[in-house]
Design a protein around this ligand. Structure first.
Ligand code: CA
Length: 239
């Protein structure tokens, strides 16, 4: 098996979980919104209709997501965010909001998935995920637009996101221990410790270009060079 294959399953697990959850919720929210009426829906956001539209347009330019996808994500976000910043009048999510999603708790990679949301700019420091952070993380799973550049939705942004999943202490490099920890969670208890170690050993050998014991983002990109990350990390419905 090619070495980058071991980096891909995490991405698949992550995206599958996240997206399927949104699918389920999308159906639910459509019904809820129909019941509440559009105006009530915007009232919940704590901002006027026109402010919301302006903001959605901004997020759309950054992420490449369509306005309707952003509205769909907003529905999802509002059902999850139980906190409100009183000054900004903006809802935000904390770790406990993410932990209230049973599918995330059940998944062995759950804590990593939650971490990924807090790894985006500003969110980590404040331990808060605002709607823009939420959109930013999800937009990594949108197919890339070849003609227009969207900063949150490029090949590099996708690779960076995948890299962050393995860089547990956010030092900017992946060590063998970090890789082993994720690998164990991915392939479960059915594989012997010796086998896990030999996979980790081989992955490090083939990815760590200068053999200094850790994988930099550049080395990671090199190993993923031939990987169709656009295809592996994209969901056609997320437009
Ligand atoms: Ca290295």
């Amino acid at each position: 098996m090619r070495v980058e294959a071991y980096f891909i399953p995490t991405i698949c697990v992550f995206s599958y979980l996240l997206i399927s959850k949104i699918h389920i919720y999308n159906g639910y929210c459509k019904t809820a919104r129909r019941n509440m009426g559009t105006i009530a829906f915007f009232d919940i956001m704590g901002s006027s209709l026109s402010t919301s539209n302006e903001r959605f347009k901004e997020l759309s330019a950054q992420s490449g997501l369509s306005i309707s996808s952003i509205k769909m994500l907003n529905d999802r976000f509002l059902t999850l965010a139980t906190h409100q910043d009183k000054t900004l009048k903006e809802p935000f999510m904390t770790v406990s909001d993410f932990e209230s999603i049973p599918e995330l708790l059940k998944n062995p990679l759950g804590p990593r998935l939650i971490d990924a949301f807090f790894a985006v700019a500003d969110a980590e420091q404040q331990k808060r995920v605002y709607f823009a952070d939420f959109v930013r993380v999800i937009s990594h799973f949108r197919p890339i637009d070849k003609n227009v550049h969207h900063p949150w939705n490029s090949r590099e942004a996708k690779l960076k996101f995948a890299f962050t999943m393995y860089d547990l202490n956010k030092s900017g490099t992946i060590t063998k221990d970090e890789f082993t920890e994720i690998l164990k969670k991915m392939i479960g208890d059915n594989v012997s410790a010796a086998k896990v170690d030999s996979i980790a050993e081989r992955t490090m050998r083939e990815t760590d270009g200068d053999s200094d014991g850790s994988i930099t983002f550049q080395e990671f990109c090199k190993a993923m060079e031939k990987t169709d990350i656009e295809q592996k990390m994209s969901f056609r419905f997320l437009t």
